[in-house]
Design a protein around this ligand. Structure first.
Ligand code: C2G
Length: 129
């Protein structure tokens, strides 16, 4: 078994998110996703269009996602890595270097971000502000 974990909001789920999740899943045998709760998004100063339970249902729908857990704090990553015996922590490279402290516990990989798509761009197209 090779356990992978990644984290995100996955608001207005789009193919950039799917590419990241799929590529992360290809790195191992089990993919766990830490999904930012609505409350944590407020802490991240990130206004989220889609509420947590709907985002959870969407992310859980992918056959290559094995488990979705709530992401409630910045600090939970080390305990998650230990609790779920994570081998590889994965994030898009817009986070390059930000989670290198986890190298003490597992491999850390930053995958190329998918160009020309973002939740922000979708919001402006959908006039969501
Ligand atoms: N992503 C991507 N390509 C895009 C958009 C997003 O590869 N065009 C990746 C991001 O790099 C991230 C993941 O998809 O790894 C989820 O993106 P967000 O939902 O925007 O995640 P964010 O709000 O940055 O939350 O503790 C970490 C945070 O929870 C990350």
């Amino acid at each position: 078994m090779k356990n992978i974990i990644t984290y995100g909001t996955f608001d207005l789920l789009h193919y950039g998110h799917v590419e990241l999740l799929y590529r992360a899943s290809e790195l191992g045998t089990k993919l766990i996703v830490g999904l930012s709760t609505d409350k944590f998004n407020e802490e991240k100063n990130k206004f989220c269009e889609i509420e947590y339970w709907r985002r959870k249902r969407l992310v859980e729908a992918f056959r290559f996602v094995d488990l979705v857990i709530p992401e409630e704090t910045w600090e939970q990553k080390i305990s998650d890595v230990l609790k779920y015996q994570i081998d590889v922590f994965v994030m898009g490279d817009d986070w390059e270097g930000k989670f290198d402290f986890l190298k003490e516990y597992c491999e850390v990989k930053y995958l190329r971000r998918t160009k020309l798509i973002s939740t922000t761009a979708l919001k402006s197209v959908l006039n969501l502000g």
